[in-house]
Each structure stands twice: as C-alpha cells, then as structure tokens.
Design a protein around this ligand. Structure first.
Ligand SMILES: [Zn+2]
Length: 243
C-alpha cells in the first residue's frame, strides 16, 4: 500500500465524519487499517493527509495502529484493564477521543525518521500529543482538538471534552450506559472514601487509584483481591455502610 492517507466517502451514520484509508499494522504491515477503525472528522482527515505527505517527503513512513473506536470496543478495553487482562490504561466509554473520531495511535517506534521529527510534523498540523515523552505509554496517542475543544477542555476538563466531542458527531451509542456506570463509580468512590478514608476524587471514572482502593478494601475484608467491584464487593460495601 502506498504511504498516503486517502479520504473516502462520508460515513452514513456519523456527522462530519469521513472514512479514511491509511497504512495499518494488522495483517501484513502497511495493509489498510480495518474499515471499522478508519474514520475521522473531516478536518482531522485533511490534516492527517498533510502529515502523511510531509512524513514521506522527509523520507519517513507512518503506520496507524488505532483510530475510531465504537463505544462497545472502548468499554471492552476498559473492562480488560479493570480486570488486569490488559496493562495499558483504557478509559471507560465516552471518555476517549477515539470514540469522537478525533484520535489516532501511531507506530511510534517505526517511522524511519524518528518519533521526534514525526511529532513535530503532527503538531504542525494540529495533532497534539497527550504525553510529553517520546517513548512509553500513550506516547503514540495523538488528538485533533482544534481551538474550540482546547478551550472546552480548559473549562470543563478532559473527560467532559471527550464526552461532548462524541455527542457532536452524533455517536450516541453507550452514552446512557456510560452515565449509569459513572453514577455507580461515583458511589463506589464515595463509599471507599467513607470506609477507608481513601481520599479519591469522586469523578465517576475508575482509574489506578480507585482500583487500588478497591483492592485495599477487598484485602481488609477477606474478599478475593482483584480490584474489580463486583456484586460481592458491592454487597460488602453496602453492609458496612448500613451499620
Ligand atoms: Zn489512543
């Protein structure tokens, strides 16, 4: 496959989203990224096209490992992280810019011209990195935010931005479920704060600290220590809170 980002037809279901064909990492390296992943909002696709042109001009190449994710895929990735099946952190559905068709993951270790140079080109075209390092977790993740979303993030925070971005493209799948899960996690965080004095921020998102606090609770009350607040752990929390 040629080292280009091709803009295809409009996505039927999502607003302002186009299908794109880019070299991926699955199957034979350079084969197009699977269709279900190959989606971006139009300005992001146009900017990525420019990135590809410049990277190639500089003598490099660019392989994409992830782009659009459905709510179900995101939810599954988060569940896999919560249960420890997957080591890299994945946020719950509606908190990822991948669901808003505004994120890509690149093969940061195979660019031909170094990640630093590729990052400069991405940044120049409006693709921002979320970690400053060029190696390690999430160094491969880039987002296309534009000014509007940058200021939204300043005002309301990252999770709210991702949620609103997803709504903007009409990707409503999983929003209700996400709200319900958020509510449940807020209750969990409050309960752990009360019982263990964990001082978790009550944001409704299961992150590393929440997971560790769940483990501490399970250890203390002789439950299976897996960091996942299932029915048994939840029952125990309710039992203690009721006393
Ligand atoms: Zn990513």
């Amino acid at each position: 496959m040629e080292m280009v980002c091709e803009i295809m037809e409009k996505d039927e279901a999502l607003k302002n989203v186009v299908k794109v064909r880019v070299p991926g990492i699955y199957g034979k390296k350079g084969d197009p990224l699977p269709k279900r992943m190959g989606k971006l909002v139009r300005p992001a696709a146009v900017a990525l096209q420019q990135v590809f042109k410049e990277v190639v001009k500089a003598g490099g190449h660019l392989y994409i490992s992830d782009m659009f994710r459905s709510a179900a895929q995101q939810q599954k990735a988060h569940a896999d992280w919560k249960s420890g099946r997957k080591t890299a952190y994945s946020p719950p559905s509606c908190n990822s810019v991948h669901e808003a068709a505004r994120a890509i993951d690149i093969d940061a270790y195979d660019t031909g011209i170094g990640h630093q140079r590729v990052r400069e080109i991405l940044n120049k075209h409006g693709w921002v990195n979320i970690v400053d390092t060029l190696t390690g977790a999430e160094c491969w993740h880039y987002e296309f935010r534009e000014k509007k979303w940058e200021s939204y993030k300043e005002q309301h925070g990252y999770a709210a931005m991702a949620h609103a971005m997803k709504e903007e493209i009409g990707n409503l799948a999983g929003l209700r479920q996400a709200e319900a899960e958020k509510k449940a996690v807020r209750w969990l965080q409050e309960s752990l704060n009360k019982i263990l004095g964990s001082r978790l921020s009550v944001d409704g998102i299961t992150g590393e600290k929440t997971r560790e606090a769940v483990k501490a609770f399970q250890r203390k009350y002789g439950l299976q220590v897996d960091g996942v607040a299932g029915p048994i752990t939840e029952g125990k929390l309710r039992e203690i809170l009721a006393v």
